[in-house]
Design a protein around this ligand. Structure first.
Ligand code: BTN
Length: 245
């Protein structure tokens, strides 16, 4: 990964640039990194605030020879790689909140947005977007998100090298992706569950079709969250926002 790097000073969104490159035939492992995103995108049509020189705003193009239903697993790989990179570079302990938030001390430090182009039976490309808050100060955030957002510098109380984060992240991502292609999802799932905070806890899953309350009991082989409600009924959650109860 990272043999082809597109570096940009300022973009709309690295996702958008990466989509275009993928459509034009960019090879697997192509990376788009920008210093700033004017309209960074989050999950569920939200914005992702991406000020200049403060974070890692990056999209990775992958082309696994796999059927589309395996795409959610790749989001989980990214979350594991981010946790490992943060721990290695800063020594801070990070945790994962399903599916793709990385938290430190309960506050979000990283968001991951995985988008796919696929035929009926195979993935054409996966664009894995990773946004890591690195050197923001608390007062850089709008007041309403200050209680829920953080950066590596806030937590570590010193500036962190973004280059080192990118380098370590790509290294971890590459290793985990190879492990996944060779040995399947099982080893990733074990790592992911070891970093996850929501498993075994009571959670509230806010989906587009309503809210389900219950205990998160794990993830399926496909990377989907399993939740057991009070009546003992098991639900498979494909997409939701999770609140810990
Ligand atoms: C989320 O938590 O909602 C996901 C946020 C993903 C943000 C990253 S930053 C790099 C890439 N480009 C984007 O526009 N979004 C992703």
């Amino acid at each position: 990964l990272g043999s082809h790097i597109h570096y940009e000073e300022s973009v709309d969104s690295t996702q958008k640039v990466a989509h275009q490159l993928a459509t034009d035939g960019a090879c697997e492992g192509t990376i788009v990194v920008a210093e700033e995103q004017i309209s960074g995108r989050g999950r569920m049509d939200r914005k992702w605030i991406s000020p200049k020189y403060t974070g890692v705003w990056m999209s990775v193009i992958l082309r696994p020879q796999l059927p589309p239903h395996r795409a959610p697993q790749l989001t989980l790989i990214a979350a594991v790689a981010v946790v490992q990179a943060i721990e290695e570079v800063t020594g801070l302990t990070a945790e994962i909140k399903w599916p793709n938030d990385v938290l430190i001390n309960g506050k979000k430090v990283t968001g991951i947005l995985t988008e796919m182009q696929a035929d009926a039976d195979r993935i054409v490309s996966i664009i894995m977007g990773i946004g890591i808050n690195v050197n923001q100060k608390l007062e850089d955030y709008p007041e309403e998100i200050q209680p829920i957002a953080t950066s590596l510098a806030i937590e570590k109380k010193e500036e962190i090298s973004r280059a080192q984060i990118i380098q370590t992240l790509l290294f971890k991502l590459e290793k985990l992706y190879q492990l996944y292609l060779q040995n399947g999802f099982q080893p990733i799932r074990i790592l992911w569950e070891s970093y996850a905070i929501s498993i075994g806890k009571n959670i509230k899953a806010r989906t587009l079709s309503g809210t389900i309350v219950g205990k998160a009991i794990g993830i399926t082989d496909e990377g989907i969250l399993l939740l057991e409600d009070e009546a003992g009924v098991r639900h498979q959650i494909y997409s939701a926002d999770i609140d810990l109860e």
